[in-house]
Each structure stands twice: as C-alpha cells, then as structure tokens.
Design a protein around this ligand. Structure first.
Ligand code: DAT
Ligand code: MG
Length: 139
C-alpha cells in the first residue's frame, strides 16, 4: 500500500446515531479521497485482534464489546500526509479534550465511544486496511 493512505472506521455509535453521511462529508471536504469503503460488522475475534495492542488495558473488554455491537463503516482514505492529517481531523481520543471542529469534538460521546478510528502510523494504516479489504476492493 502507498504511504499516503490511512484507514478509518466510523464506529458503531456513529452508525447508530445516523452520523455516517455527515462524517463522510467532513472527511471528503477535508481533501481525503475514498479508496475503499464498506458497511461491515466485526466479530469478537476481529475486534480482539484489531485492538490486540490494548489487550492488557482495563478498557479492553468494553472496547471489544462496543466495537462488535453493530455495523461500522470501514474505509481507506488517500491524501498527502494522510495519517497525520486524518488524526488532526479526528481529534483527541477523549472528546472532552478534542479541538473545536474535529470529528470527535462534534460527534463523540465519550472516550470509550469516540465515533471514529484513525490509524496512528503508515505501517498500521497498511495493516489495518489489509485487515478489512482485499486488493480488488481498493481503488
Ligand atoms: P485512538 O483511537 O485515539 O488512537 P487509542 O489507540 O489509545 O486511541 O485507543 C483505542 C481506543 O480504545 C480508543 O479509540 C477508545 C478506547 N480507549 C482508549 N483509552 C480509553 C480509556 N481510558 N477508557 C476507555 N476507552 C479507551
Ligand atoms: Mg489508536
């Protein structure tokens, strides 16, 4: 995968609350091109694997429960400096600390249910994108 790509998930709370259209509009208006996208639901095994890095954290069980409770929108996004610029657009993990105008500031309810995922490195963007999409689903 090219390095100017990142991976995102609009998490179950965003889908439940009907925020998918508004969040996608904000993403594309910020200059990201959608390279791959689908509505899908993670299994418990999927979520455990995806968030394995957090397996020793006290919130791991809740995180897996939350991420599997309903469908998500998974997508790969392309833009110069995609990983860093998307993290800026998403805002801080805790919406109470997120900057004005960021997706989490506007749409996230709490640190545990924070509306969107954004990859934290080019390496993880490639791993996470490949977790959800085959090569023929990327454009
Ligand atoms: P980010 O999603 O900003 O990259 P992270 O990788 O540190 O944040 O954590 C992954 C997810 O785990 C995060 O989006 C929500 C959940 N999480 C993180 N810290 C938490 C906490 N202190 N309490 C509850 N959930 C938390
Ligand atoms: Mg993270």
């Amino acid at each position: 995968m090219r390095t100017d790509r990142t991976f995102t998930m609009l998490k179950p709370d965003s889908v439940e609350k009907g925020h998918v259209g508004a969040i996608l509009e904000k993403i594309t208006a910020s200059g990201f091109r959608i390279v791959a996208m689908k509505l899908t639901q993670m299994t418990t095994d999927d979520a455990k694997t995806f968030y394995e890095v957090h397996s020793e954290r006290p919130f791991y069980g809740e995180l897996v429960e939350y991420m599997t409770r309903g469908p998500i929108v998974a997508a790969i996004l392309e833009k110069d400096n995609a990983v860093e610029d998307f993290r800026t657009l998403v805002g801080a993990t805790n919406p109470a600390e997120a900057a004005e105008g960021t997706i989490r500031k506007i749409y996230a309810a709490s640190i545990g249910e924070n509306a969107v995922h954004g990859s934290d490195s080019d390496e993880n963007a490639a791993i996470e994108g490949a977790f959800h999409f085959s090569g023929r689903e990327m454009f």
